[in-house]
Design a binder for this molecule. Structure first.
Ligand SMILES: NC(=O)c1ccc[n+]([C@@H]2O[C@H](COP(=O)([O-])OP(=O)(O)OC[C@H]3O[C@@H](n4cnc5c(N)ncnc54)[C@H](OP(=O)(O)O)[C@@H]3O)[C@@H](O)[C@H]2O)c1
Length: 243
């Protein structure tokens, strides 16, 4: 087997690992023998997630939009094998005509600038054979009306992934691009609107349902372990790009 394979005793750092897709990655990696470290901004959420992951999981409460805190986090953590970035906040979806450009700029803050900071300060600590997996979204490939800014962020992450794969080689850098997934990301919607979204999107897809966090987590596990892909974006979208 290649040097990049297997997660047994590998140290995996997941920024945004206290909820949704990141938490599922943490649980799945821990179940395969990885030593998992999660970080997110809510101390209580981090604590709850550590209990749910179990085993030797560790957690840090860090707001990854603060560059200095990201730098401090990685100095404190020391060496590790795989960096996963899944931190994300609620999306502001608007028609272009009513888009506030200040708010549009802020949409890049967490998903792009914080991801870049995480890679800048985290990558020097990655051991030989390690990797980075970022997160984008299928809106970059298949935007809906009202998704101009969100789709732009997704496209940026895909370009960032390719550029980092060249810049940081031999560290492998890849991204996962989910379709709609049932997570807290949609919590700013009312429960009724949210269920309506899941049902209508799910019914429109070839697979007949929206994603669950564990569907998506498996792509991160694949990219960490397989050892030969770099600069790639793996789409896990239930067939969104086909309809
Ligand atoms: N769910 C979907 O339908 C979907 C589709 C396509 C792409 N994605 C992308 O997938 C990624 C993960 O989203 P998710 O669906 O798993 O959402 P989620 O369940 O809301 O998880 C987001 C995570 O990010 C953390 N976070 C938010 N702000 C942070 C900050 N400033 N510093 C550190 N951590 C922060 C949250 O924890 P705290 O609140 O404790 O900070 C939480 O752990 C996002 O980039 C999202 O855009 C999701």
């Amino acid at each position: 087997m290649g040097s990049g394979t297997g997660l047994q005793n590998k140290r995996v750092v997941i920024l945004g690992g206290s909820s949704g897709i990141g938490l599922a990655v943490a649980e799945l990696a821990a179940s395969q023998g990885a030593n998992v470290v999660i970080a997110s901004s809510g101390a209580e959420r981090v604590q709850k997630a550590i209990e749910s992951i179990g085993g030797e999981a560790q957690g840090q409460s860090v707001d990854v939009s603060k560059e200095r805190d990201v730098a401090t986090l990685f100095t404190k953590l020391g060496v590790f094998d795989h960096l996963v970035f899944t931190a994300g906040d609620s999306l502001h979806l608007r028609d272009l005509a009513t888009t506030d450009l200040g708010q549009a700029r802020r949409a890049f803050e967490l998903r792009y600038w914080s991801a870049l900071a995480a890679v800048k300060y985290g990558s020097p600590h990655i051991r030989k054979g390690g990797s980075i997996v970022l997160t984008t979204g299928v809106a970059g490939l298949r935007p809906q009306k009202g998704w101009v800014v969100a789709a732009s962020v997704c496209g940026t992450i895909e370009a960032l992934t390719r550029a980092l794969a060249v810049e940081l080689a031999p560290i492998r850098v890849n991204a996962v691009s989910p379709g709609v997934v049932r997570t807290n990301l949609w919590q700013s919607m009312s429960a009724a609107d949210r269920e309506h979204l899941y049902e209508s999107v799910g019914n429109s897809l070839p697979v007949g349902r929206v994603g669950e966090p564990y569907d998506i987590a498996q792509a991160y596990l694949f990219l960490m372990q397989e050892g030969f892909s770099t600069g790639q974006t793996v789409v896990v979208d239930g067939g969104t790009v086909l309809v």
